[in-house]
Design a protein around this ligand. Sequence first.
Ligand code: ADP
Length: 587
Amino acid sequence: MGKTEKYDHMKLIRQYAGGHKHLITLGRFLAAISAVMTLIPYYLMWKIIRVAVNGENLGSITAYAIVAVALIVGALLVYIAALLCTHISAFRVQANMRCSLMRRIITLPLGVFDEDGTGKIRRIVNDSTAATETYIAHTLADKTVAAITPVGLLVLVFAFNWKIGLICMIPAVIGFCCMMSMMGKNMQQKMKEYQDALETMSSEATEYVRGVPVVKTFGQTVHSFKRFKDCIDGYGKWTTEYTLMLRFPMMGFMTCINAIFVFLVIASYIFTRNGVDNATILNIMYYIIITPLVTVALTKIAYSGEAEMNLIDALKRVDKIMEIEPLGEGNSNERPTDFGIEVKNVSYRYKDATRNALDNVSFSIKQGEHVALVGPSGSGKTTMAELLVRFFDVAEGEICIGGVNVKDMPSSYLMEQVSFVFQDSRLIKKSILENVRMGKPDATEDEVLEALKKAQCMDIIEKLPDGVNTVIGEKGTYLSGGEQQRITIARAVLKDAPILILDEATAFADPDNETKVQAAFDEMSKDKTLIMIAHRLSTVKNADKIFVMDDGKCVESGKHDELIAANGLYKRMFEEYSKSVEWKVGA
Ligand code: ADP
């Protein structure tokens, strides 16, 4: 954002408030009335002091005091009413923001969740909307009071003895200048950096906690999590620099707003040097009472300015999600003639990447064929599989299923035709039955059990206390990675889609699990078009076709024997693989 560009946060807030936007205005109006009501008793106090100093009509003191107390109680009640209005509208804004975000998130390409990380998105949905709620509910009323009070104070301060008033205002003006200089120091950018640092630390901390078992098993320390440590160090460095940058203006601000009293002493000395009269005593006493209000008002202005910057940062984060283009919804009525797949000259580059993850890739798969994507890590296998189910849309080229471009199909139709089981498939905190039933919401319990059987899950079910009705994650019921993958396979079996994409498991060292996962894969892929991202080359020998990826390109394709005979990358990879297997067996 350029320096001159003004971010209209209130306009955005009013949009989210919808019908409740008038409550925000009413809340601010009531807060302003409350601020004025709070100031009037100070004038009455001046009158009380005058009566006391001059010793005239002492009975009127009671009347002034009653009115002052009534005004203060009234101001308090009006302020409570203001807070009520701002709270109701704040809750509405937060709810509307979260609903809009959730509606938008559901339309976003699935790949966005890989790129931006679910942790970051969750933080925006929870924390940024909560920051907006706090600002509207609390800060907005305070900010109105902070804006009204100085004006009223100026009137009060200059009304009685403008010379004393002027002297008292000197530190207030210097304090205000110090505050403005702090605000001017690219503060909005600093707030963004601060929030970014918190965001990074929070996601790295999550990674760290997830990795604690590895850390403990291998006797490592926090230093093994270099990124986590780096971001903590970075945060420490940033806060130190930030604090040092602000130390002089902050010292100036705090000293000045708390030094008004000193200036009052100086003013008193100057004006009482040549004798004291009742009027001077009256004014000095009055200023002793009123000047602390200036300190409070300036502090409120400073804090509401900071809260406003936090709010703008939160709103911009929300905007960032709202601005992500949803995937265009295909609306062609044309349906695939079969479930063969054609990838034509496909290229794709991730956001902010410097080179293509896929570069002009073409291949075709016939209906019912079992193919494998192999290649070194980072060669583009996962990206290829993800493009097929529109995690993202291809930048160039096209992917067709049965002659129809996947972009032209309604997304719900495409999802019905493809099942995918990725390595990090997660289960949700519901019963196993419900987890599997997600593959086919109207499935009967028998159908679910049949799918679990085909996916080799019966041993898992048998050992759980409530069988298929056991809720995962509750009462210490957790499944191993391999077991979780078998449950997700059962989900895919139940869905029974004609095209299957499988990311072969490598992460699970337990051989029993591996055999079962493999058997489940074999069972579910019968009569289906299967694309398998293969990590262990032993499992691809029988594939109808193997596509060898390297550096975003499809460099070889054919059956195992053909590729060995071609003496290229596949053969080299296969030899390496065979050696590593022999080494393991030997070991
Ligand atoms: P493979 O599955 O063969 O290991 P990938 O398809 O995951 O390879 O990655 C292909 C290339 O794209 C790699 O260079 C990888 O670093 C990059 N890449 C993968 N995912 C992302 C992402 N979310 N953002 C940026 N680059 C990515």
